[in-house]
Design a protein. Structure first.
Lengths: 376, 228
């Protein structure tokens, strides 16, 4: 079949409108993809970003633990003071236990725990005396120091905090293993990607004051701590918040796009298939086309238009994705999820096949004379 | 040159019944006909007499309700769809009254249609298409969009499309019906020329002048061959 001509026909004849719809649909696919990924990522990341978000007349003020800990060694103190010195109605404040205080072991002794990142894992090969050093994604696993061999066996579980999180020992380090500052790791638990400062303070402020007023009052209370300067507070508490807001806004726009464009492209696929000229098919059969040629023609044309649309939308799609990823403080590769992309496209192509079936049945049942008589 | 030697088409008691709701129309009633290779035959009759239905059946565009159709001594009823498609592609070719060109394609692509379904290489196709268009004096319009052509030019393209496949039987359904007298004469001359080259030509027409160009005239009235 002459696909080049068919696509030319799709563009320059009445099917131009369908091509536009195809493009819309492709954008919808990618919107869905980006929107979904944004939502998923946002849910993961929002808890570790400082945020300041207006919810009706309620403000939520969140400070992550590492800020509190690094700046004052006592985030709780700051938050209590804010509560005492402002006229806002405050909600609850919770502090979870710091993992760095060490793991709880059977005899209630504490051991030092160190978290390593994925990159560390790749750069330094852990020298083990027993077991395996490969952490499995999503599993709670630790590698224990050499001295811990006396008390634990492989596959034993240790509590890493008072919340009761238990981690399985998958290996023991070699004797006198050294990674950083020549400190021996004989009594240390090595854990991967564990947030050592996973502690959050929350103050819920109910007020009709505007954003600036609330911000100024909080800064006034906190400025005496010296290290919590205005600029620093502004950056820590609000700039990232604005980024999160931008990401949410992008997310919202993309999600609305999903609904509009998905519908329009579904309509497009439908129109492009059912509006195929029966007369053209009749003429083709009259000059020797087999019915299979025509089925391929229908499917080929729609998929071709679909693919061209996909190519056309690649640039805006990648720009949108990159923008969202930047706003979320993530790399493009973290943000883009090929799995969703593949699945959504597969569903669409399957849908096209399903929609084509009635047209194919019609072609199958009619003679060329009937098809040519049909003026569609 | 093949005249009187081989029977290329044979119709045995062909009937065609159209059923639409409670209306039953007998478009053809027990038509028996033989056409020899190289003949130029006209089929005349009033509107609704069944001429076009007969032509559609001969041209493998429609199926008879009853009866048998033989092309080159082969019973068509037994053919599988793929073989039927091959026959339409290589043996029987159709020229329609309203040209039935694909408007979005140019002249070259329209003429190319039968060759496309033959799996022929592009070079070979091009040679055949150019040859056909030269014969019909349409080479200067080879890449013109058919929508911009005059009626006579469109009919020439339709004839070129029928010709390019090298089909032995050319069936024309009122080929001059939509043309002015002068252009109609030109088209008839072309068809006569093709007949002289050995093609079997069957023409449905209302026009006695067109029928006069043919050596055999068949008249159909109410689905029955009235005069042959």
């Amino acid at each position: 079949m002459n696909l080049r001509k068919d696509i030319k026909r799709a563009i320059f004849k009445k099917k131009f409108i369908y091509l536009l719809l195809c493009i819309q649909f492709c954008i919808s696919i990618t919107s869905a993809l980006v929107g979904y990924a944004a939502w998923e990522r946002h849910n993961k990341y929002k808890i570790i970003n400082n945020s300041f978000t207006k919810l009706s007349d309620t403000y939520e003020f969140t400070i992550s633990n590492d800020d509190i800990y690094n700046l004052t060694k006592s985030g709780e103190k700051i938050l209590k003071e804010i509560k005492a010195k402002t006229n806002y109605i405050l909600g609850t404040y919770k502090v979870e236990e710091k993992a760095e205080s060490g793991p709880y072991i059977k005899e209630d002794r504490y051991f030092t725990m160190i978290s390593i990142s994925s990159e560390f894992d790749k750069i330094y090969k852990l020298n083990l005396s027993e077991g395996k050093g490969n952490f499995q994604d999503g599993k709670k696993q630790v590698i224990a120091g050499y001295n811990l061999k006396e008390k634990y066996k492989l596959r034993d579980k240790v509590k890493v905090n008072s919340q009761g999180d238990e981690y399985e020992i998958i290996g023991f380090l070699a004797k006198d293993s050294v990674f950083i500052d020549n400190k021996s790791f004989n009594d240390t638990l090595v854990i991967k990607d564990y947030n050592l400062y996973n502690v959050f303070g929350h103050i819920y402020i109910q007020t009709k004051d505007d954003y600036k007023t609330v911000k100024n009052k909080i800064i006034k209370v906190t400025e005496k701590y010296g290290t919590l300067q205005f600029n620093k507070v502004d950056r820590l508490l609000f700039k990232e918040d604005l980024q999160a807001k931008e990401a949410l806004r992008d997310n919202l726009i993309l999600s609305i796009g999903i609904i509009i464009f998905s519908f329009s492209m579904f309509l497009c696929s439908l129109i492009i298939i059912i509006n195929q000229s029966k007369r053209d098919f009749g003429i083709r059969i009259a000059y020797g086309a087999k019915k299979i040629n025509l089925y391929c023609y229908i499917i080929g044309q729609v998929i071709f238009v679909y693919l061209v649309s996909m190519i056309l939308m690649c640039i805006p799609y990648f720009i949108a994705t990159k923008n969202c990823a930047n706003n979320m403080g993530m790399s493009f590769s973290d943000y883009f999820n090929i799995k969703y992309f593949g699945v959504i496209n597969l569903v669409i192509i399957s849908l096209i096949f399903v929609i084509s079936i009635p047209v194919m049945i019609k072609i199958h049942n009619l003679t060329p004379a009937d098809l040519i008589r049909n003026k569609e | 040159m093949f005249k009187g030697v081989i029977i290329i088409l044979k119709l045995n008691n062909i009937s065609k019944v159209f059923v639409e709701g409670y209306n039953v129309t007998n478009a053809l009633k027990d038509v028996n006909l033989t056409i020899e290779k190289g003949e130029m035959v006209s089929v005349m009759g009033p509107s609704g007499s069944g001429k076009s239905t007969l032509l559609n059946i001969i041209g493998l565009m429609d199926k008879p309700s009853y009866g048998e159709l033989y092309i080159n001594d082969e019973l068509i009823k037994n053919f599988k769809p793929d073989k039927l498609a091959r026959l339409r592609n290589k043996t029987v070719s159709f020229i329609f009254q309203e040209y039935n060109l694909l408007e979005c394609y140019n002249v070259y692509e329209n003429v190319e249609i039968p060759l496309r379904y033959r799996g022929m290489k592009v070079k070979q196709r091009k040679a055949l298409i150019e040859e056909a268009l030269k014969k019909l004096y349409m080479m200067d319009k080879i890449y013109s969009n058919v929508a911009k052509l005059s009626g006579g030019q469109k009919q020439r393209v339709a004839i070129a499309r029928a010709l390019v496949s090298g089909a032995e039987i050319i069936i024309a359904d009122e080929p001059t019906g939509a043309l002015d007298q002068e252009t109609g004469k030109e088209i008839m001359n072309l068809l006569r020329q093709l007949n002289k080259e050995g093609k079997t030509i069957i023409i449905v027409t209302h026009d006695p002048n067109v029928a006069a160009c043919c050596e055999r005239n068949i008249k159909i009235i109410d689905g029955v061959v009235y005069e042959d």
